[in-house]
Ligand binder design. Structure first.
Ligand code: S3P
Length: 170
C-alpha cells in the first residue's frame, strides 16, 4: 500500500482565486500529503515577498524562480503543490509540470474569481484600475496554457463537491 509520502505529487494549476490553496489543503489532509504553495516557497527561499520580487526584479525574474522551484525546488513525491496562477503560462511549463506528477487545472467564472480576489492586496498583477477587465484579459491570454496543463475541473459551487471531484481524479 502506498503511504502518503510515496504518492505522486499532485499539482493544482489555474488562475488566481480558483481555490488552489484551499483545495490543496483539503486534499493534503485527505491523502496524508504535504501541502506546498509555490509562492510561499519562493518567498522563503528568496527572503522577499512576491510583491517586492515583482517590484524590484520584474515578472520575468519571478517566472524563472517559479521554473526553478518546479525543476528542483520541492520534494519529488508526497506533496500537493498549489502553483501560482501564472506558473504554467510560459512555453514548456505545462509539459514540465505534467512530467512531475498529476496535474489538475481548476477553473472558475471571471465573476467568481473577482469576488474571491478582490479583498487581496498581495497580487501585483491585479493591482490596477479595473481588475475585472484585467482578469478577463489574462484569462484570455492564458487559456491556451491552462488547457494543456491537465484535466480541467470547475471550482464553482460547494467546496465539498469540488474536493470530491478532485479526489476522484487524483
Ligand atoms: C500570479 C498569481 C499569484 C502569484 C503572483 C502572480 C499570476 O499566485 O504567483 O501574484 O501571475 O497569476 P496565486 O494564483 O496563488 O494567487
Amino acid at each position: 500500500v502506498l503511504k502518503g509520502n510515496s504518492l505522486p505529487n499532485l499539482y493544482l494549476v489555474g488562475f488566481m482565486g480558483t481555490g488552489k490553496s484551499s483545495m490543496g489543503k483539503r486534499l493534503a489532509a485527505r491523502f496524508n500529503l504535504r501541502f506546498i504553495d509555490s509562492d510561499e516557497e519562493i518567498e522563503k527561499s528568496s527572503g522577499m515577498s512576491i510583491k517586492d520580487i515583482f517590484a524590484k526584479f520584474g515578472e520575468e525574474k519571478f517566472r524563472e524562480m517559479e521554473r526553478d522551484f518546479i525543476e528542483n525546488g520541492h520534494p519529488k513525491t508526497g506533496c500537493v503543490v498549489s502553483c501560482g496562477g501564472g506558473l504554467v503560462c510560459r512555453d514548456g511549463m505545462p509539459e514540465l509540470v505534467k512530467s512531475k506528477g498529476v496535474s489538475i487545472v481548476l477553473f472558475a467564472e471571471p465573476e467568481v474569481i473577482f469576488k474571491r480576489v478582490s479583498l487581496s492586496k498581495t497580487r501585483p498583477l491585479l493591482n490596477v484600475e479595473n481588475p475585472m477587465q484585467r482578469i478577463c484579459e489574462l484569462l484570455d491570454k492564458r487559456s491556451k496554457y491552462y488547457n494543456r496543463s491537465g484535466i480541467c475541473v470547475s471550482s464553482s459551487g460547494n467546496p465539498n463537491d469540488v474536493e470530491e471531484r478532485l479526489a476522484r481524479i487524483y
